[in-house]
Design a protein around this ligand. Structure first.
Ligand code: NAP
Length: 248
């Protein structure tokens, strides 16, 4: 398909913040958004909802735990578009979140969490580098949706934002700290070429990830990722939320 729209892939876009990121980017105009989802039925349903709103989106099967699925997604985007302009690595899990891992052994919690939240974005981004290299602007935007729970600086500072807060979610938090390092590795590899690699914290948002306990709206939760995904300036190598930068 020949299109002058920027081609955007949002992983884990069938619900939650990813779905809203896809919607807000598509609403801007000039973007064609691929709704990444591991489950075909859920992904098609989400894409159909946005199509019915008149938005330029389509479903793309992508399970970030599966190398085969990632390779097939790259092949499909390559055949259809020959490039990728924007990649939003959003998909994640939080097994040790509110339900204490549903009885899952701790080693399994760590293995599954790191596989999805850290290895998944690493392998997905690596696999899409040839297509990102063909971005129309020559400077693709790559967003890693992380969390302030991964902020090592905030945790190391006794007066930081976690002061007095319980230290829940060790697997989830450390998977996001690792994700931040991973994002910086991609940033360092491609900064000379002007690629815009940035890290987002959506803030505490009501989604299934936290059994809808989040205090913020999904619209607000998507905002900073959308800003970073649609940057036209040279902002890169940042870790931020909608209110501003976050300590590393
Ligand atoms: N909600 C918050 O308060 C909050 C705060 C800070 C950061 N975040 C981050 O924001 C992002 C979105 O989270 P959310 O709150 O919107 O969670 P969510 O509602 O649970 O959505 C997570 C999405 O990721 C998908 N996913 C999980 N594993 C996947 C895999 N292996 N391959 C592909 N997709 C997969 C899920 O698909 P299925 O439907 O198939 O499970 C779902 O679409 C995550 O990176 C999360 O860490 C959230």
């Amino acid at each position: 398909m020949t299109t002058t729209s920027q081609i955007v892939l949002v992983t884990g876009a069938n619900k939650g913040i990813g779905f809203e990121i896809a919607r807000q980017i598509a609403r801007k105009g000039g973007y064609h958004v691929l709704i990444g989802a591991r489950d075909v039925e859920r992904g098609k349903k989400a894409a159909a909802t946005l199509t019915q709103e008149g938005l330029p989106v389509e479903f793309l099967q992508l399970d970030s735990n599966s190398d085969q699925s990632i390779a097939a997604a790259v092949e499909e985007v390559s055949t259809k578009f020959g490039r990728l302009d924007v990649l939003v690595n959003n998909a994640a899990v939080a097994f040790d979140s509110w339900d204490p891992a549903q009885g899952m052994p701790t080693r399994e919690v760590f293995a599954k969490t790191f596989d999805t939240n850290t290895a998944g974005p690493a392998l997905t981004t690596e696999a899409f580098i040839p297509l990102l290299s063909n971005a129309l602007s020559g400077k693709p935007n790559i967003v890693f949706v992380s969390s302030d729970l991964g902020s090592a600086g905030s945790l190391a500072d006794p007066e930081g934002r976690y002061k007095g807060m319980p230290l829940y979610f060790p697997a989830y938090r450390s998977s996001k700290t690792a994700l931040n390092i991973l994002a910086l590795i991609f940033h360092s590899r491609f900064r000379e070429k002007g690629w815009r690699v940035n890290i987002d914290n959506p803030g505490f948002t009501a989604t299934d990830l936290n059994d809808q306990k989040g205090s913020g709206s999904i619209e607000d939760g998507a905002k900073n990722a959308v800003r970073l995904a649609t940057l036209a300036d040279d902002t890169r190598g940042t870790y931020s939320e909608k209110e501003g930068p976050i300590p590393w």
